[in-house]
Design a protein around this ligand. Structure first.
Ligand code: 2RA
Length: 313
């Protein structure tokens, strides 16, 4: 569901590459009829979503809230990438490498975390097991793709000289919604409900590939060399000296590097990481156009946001 969106198109391509052939593609009435990987996209309705085994939802929270219950009633297990159900009791919020066993506890819906929470959890889990997390601070540098296909196209169409930072999430006067999501979701995935975690999220003029700087404090001392070893062995994590969105694009791993002692904290460690799943790394044409880059509402477009991460945020 959401087959024609930024994330949906990647999902469709990966399913085809990986040999899944009993697949139906769904989208809203507006996008139904589009052809992808030789299949015609069907309109998602309460009836058309009945009788399916597994539904991958890559739409906005409003559409998920409306349609997921129909698919579940029709017998499907739904993996939903929106924020609609992530923090609900009884809905596992799963990063397979971190808490995959929780998926088995589903009652019809399994939630897929925010695309910044997924790689963060991947790198925090082994460090927590080794030394106990005491506090986490994160700064994100999020790509245009995270706000959806239209936002990505807008960046590609505008002159480079007009590129700017944006903070295009709902703002409660203190925090952006993205920042509180990152805290609450990471706590749920790691099962550390009290973990002190503060985030500062910014959208940067990069087409695809989110990056994060992460500062952690641990209960026990954790040597950077040891942290590097632990991360080198962690599933779906790749240690790179200088991780960037460009290096991560098109791959299945979260890259982590710049692992070093943080002299500003006792038992402090800092690191940078980057993750993205975009099958198309080729440069795209840039034409003149700029509209609303920094408007707080610029990401609230009708198109579902998505960062094309391997886990489909
Ligand atoms: C964003 N993480 O980048 C969110 C949604 N993909 O805005």
């Amino acid at each position: 569901m959401g087959a024609t969106g930024a994330v949906g198109r990647v999902v469709v391509q990966l399913l085809a590459e990986r040999g899944f052939d009993d697949v139906h593609l769904f989208a809203s009435a507006r996008s139904a009829g589009t052809e992808l990987v030789g299949r015609v996209v069907e309109e998602a309705t309460p009836d058309s979503l009945g009788g399916l085994d597994l539904c991958l939802f890559s739409v906005g929270a409003k559409a998920s809230r409306e349609l997921v219950p129909h698919a579940v009633r029709g017998g499907a297990i739904c993996v939903d990438k929106s924020a609609a159900f992530r923090l609900e009791d009884g809905v596992p919020l799963v990063v397979p490498e971190v808490n995959g066993e929780r998926a088995l506890e589903h009652e019809g819906v399994i939630a897929n975390p925010n695309c910044c929470a997924i790689p963060l959890a991947l790198v925090l889990k082994p460090l927590h097991e080794a030394a106990g997390l005491r506090a986490v601070r994160v700064a994100t540098y999020q790509s245009a793709s995270g706000a959806g296909a239209q936002r990505l196209q807008r960046l590609l169409d505008e002159p480079q000289a007009q590129h700017d930072l944006a903070m295009d999430w709902d703002f409660d006067g203190e925090e952006f919604e993205e920042e509180s999501k990152l805290r609450e979701e990471t706590r749920k995935i790691l099962e550390l409900p009290e973990l002190p975690l503060s985030a500062t999220c910014v959208r940067v003029p990069v087409p695809v590939g989110h990056a994060e700087s992460v500062w952690i404090e641990t209960a026990e001392p954790l040597d950077p060399t040891r942290a590097r070893e632990l991360l080198g062995r962690a599933a779906s994590v790749r240690v790179e000296d200088f991780p960037t969105p460009g290096l991560a694009a098109g791959g299945d791993e979260a890259l982590v590097g710049r692992i070093r002692r943080d002299p500003a904290a006792e038992n402090g460690l800092s690191q940078g990481r980057s993750a993205e799943r975009d099958p198309d790394r080729r440069a795209r044409p840039v034409a003149a156009r700029r509209r609303g880059l920094n408007r707080p509402d610029s990401a609230r477009n009708p198109q579902a946001g998505g960062c094309n991460s391997r886990y489909v945020p």
